[in-house]
Design a protein around this ligand. Structure first.
Ligand SMILES: Cc1cc2nc3c(=O)[nH]c(=O)nc-3n(C[C@H](O)[C@H](O)[C@H](O)COP(=O)(O)OP(=O)(O)OC[C@H]3O[C@@H](n4cnc5c(N)ncnc54)[C@H](O)[C@@H]3O)c2cc1C
Length: 376
């Protein structure tokens, strides 16, 4: 046994890197294991949407807390990762959609999140580049976008600067309980590590790590289909979405328009994900339908990534139902980038203080199946 740490983290996506930083800020000794490079999977290849609007009620406290952290990235990790509060505009096709947006506005308000309901004529006046086919929309001014390639590595760099040990290119093959915590065994045969608490932020492989301890949940994979265009002069202000969630579009500060719709394919075991040509064509048509000016803009590239999906579309976040000292956060089901910074803060509190001030009650693992609670 070569070393002992307060906390080990398996998985260096945004959730894991943020946990490492927040746990270290609370004084813990921390080691993080990442099979590839930090941010190399979903956290580094996503669309870059940072929105509270449109989330399930169970995620809103977490999302709210994350928004606070997004706004203070510069102070926390020394860079803003191109986060910009460009706003998020969710469009309604029908009056029924509008009723949903109005109901959601009230829910957001309960969490201190402000959104403006816009009528069709407001859209025409404020966002003239949109096609005129919408009944209205909901605009949340403090939502926005960021560059996903930058965020997890920046958290990792800040954590490392404070003394977190980050071992990249180091897959954990076995993690098991020990007398006073856990033993972690890297697949490369390097010495086992002894830790007091273990945090599983292994993304699409989270259920695999959980299963090492008998925490059995069904996690599948999904691969949102992404496209990027050549840079064009500033056109689209807010990050755009639509009720029903099909097409979403944003323009990055350097001019490229990024949009997504539909799913590609992913193989979590082979670590491979591919967009699909027919889905890309449909996405491009949907993007042009929303913003007709895109008709003459060149598409440069399409891509996707490997994301974990839970049966109800909500992540698992919280203590293991069966193993003391073990905590899980995985299966973000296509919307964990915005949540990532707060996931780390919450996991640091849960694992070091035994509680968190953020409501995560709807995200516990035991919502899926009954688990035997070990005797005290
Ligand atoms: C194409 C795409 C678009 C998306 N768009 C958005 C968006 O606009 N907004 C939004 O909020 N969310 C979005 N998401 C979702 C978001 O990217 C994810 O929910 C989030 O990044 C998950 O972070 P994570 O840290 O849990 O997982 P990951 O980033 O996948 O990190 C998990 C890490 O664990 C490592 N790992 C796994 N097993 C082991 C092991 N045994 N040993 C060591 N390391 C291991 C993996 O290598 C991986 O790096 C999108 C996802 C995709 C794929």
């Amino acid at each position: 046994m070569s070393a002992t740490f307060d906390i080990a983290i398996i998985g260096g996506g945004l959730a894991g890197c943020s946990t490492a930083l927040h746990a270290r800020l609370k004084g813990a000794s921390v080691i993080l294991f990442e099979r590839g490079r930090c941010g190399g999977q979903a956290s580094g290849v996503n669309y870059g949407g940072v929105r509270q609007q449109g989330r399930h009620p169970a995620e809103l406290s977490l999302s709210r807390r994350s928004r606070t952290i997004w706004g203070s990235l510069q102070q926390l990790i020394g860079t803003d990762c191109e986060f910009a509060a460009t706003g998020h505009l969710k469009l309604a096709r029908t009056d029924v959609d509008m009723e949903d947006l109005i109901a959601h506005q009230a829910l957001l308000g309960e969490h201190g999140i402000h959104a403006d309901i816009l009528e069709a004529r407001d859209l025409t006046r404020r966002f003239p580049y949109l096609s005129g086919r919408y009944a209205g929309g909901s605009y949340c001014g403090e939502d926005g976008q960021a560059n996903p390639r930058l965020v997890a590595p920046a958290f990792a760099k800040a954590a490392r600067a404070l003394g977190v040990v980050i071992r990249e290119n180091c897959k954990i093959a076995v993690a098991e309980r020990a007398e006073s915590g856990f033993v972690i065994r890297p697949a490369d045969g390097s010495p086992a590590i002894s830790v007091r608490r273990l945090i599983n932020t292994a993304g699409a492989w989270g259920a695999e790590v959980a299963a090492m301890f008998g925490d059995l949940v069904k996690e599948t994979v999904m691969a949102p289909n992404m496209c990027v265009t050549e840079p064009i002069p500033p056109l689209i202000g807010p990050n755009l979405g639509i009720c029903g969630g099909s097409i979403y579009i944003r323009q990055a500060a350097h001019g490229s328009v990024i949009f997504g719709a539909g799913l590609g394919v992913a193989d979590a075991q082979a670590l491979r994900a591919r967009p699909l040509a027919e889905v890309t064509l449909e996405a491009a048509a949907a993007a042009v339908e929303m913003v007709p000016h895109l008709r003459n803009v060149l598409l440069l590239r399409s891509w996707t990534g490997i994301e974990g999906r839970m049966p109800d579309g909500l992540p698992v976040l919280g203590a293991s139902p069966t193993v003391e000292g073990l905590f899980h956060a995985f299966g973000f089901s296509g919307h964990g980038f915005q949540l990532g910074p707060a996931v780390g803060a919450v996991l640091a509190e849960l694992s070091l203080d035994g509680d968190t001030r953020t409501s995560i009650s709807g995200l516990a693992m035991d919502r899926f199946a009954p688990f035997a609670v070990p005797a005290p």
